[in-house]
Design a protein around this ligand. Structure first.
Ligand SMILES: [Mg+2]
Length: 93
């Protein structure tokens, strides 16, 4: 089973709402892992595993919304970041 087929099959089998819920859950787990990591209470490998879970769900969102829409959204975000860097912006605003 190719990676793309696996992503499509997950969305087809469990549905968009379920996969949106899973995306939310995985993002929550990643947030918790980042908090533990910043406090030195988790290994790199645990944080990376949670980030991998989030990436897999974001890949499924490409199936749900389409590659073109996700690529456009990422380009818009990248454009904002690039502008922020070029303007000497702070890390957090
Ligand atoms: Mg997870």
């Amino acid at each position: 089973m190719s990676d793309r087929h696996m992503l499509e099959e997950a969305v087809r089998r469990w549905g968009v709402t379920s996969q949106l819920n899973q995306t939310q859950e995985e993002m929550g787990e990643a947030i918790a892992a980042i908090n533990r990591f910043r406090r030195g209470r988790t290994a790199d490998s645990e944080l990376l595993a949670e980030l991998g879970d989030v990436q897999l769900m974001l890949d499924q969102m490409r199936v749900v919304f389409g590659d073109e829409a996700l690529d456009a959204a990422r380009r818009a975000s990248a454009d904002k970041l690039r502008e922020h860097l070029l303007n000497g912006g702070d890390a957090h605003e």
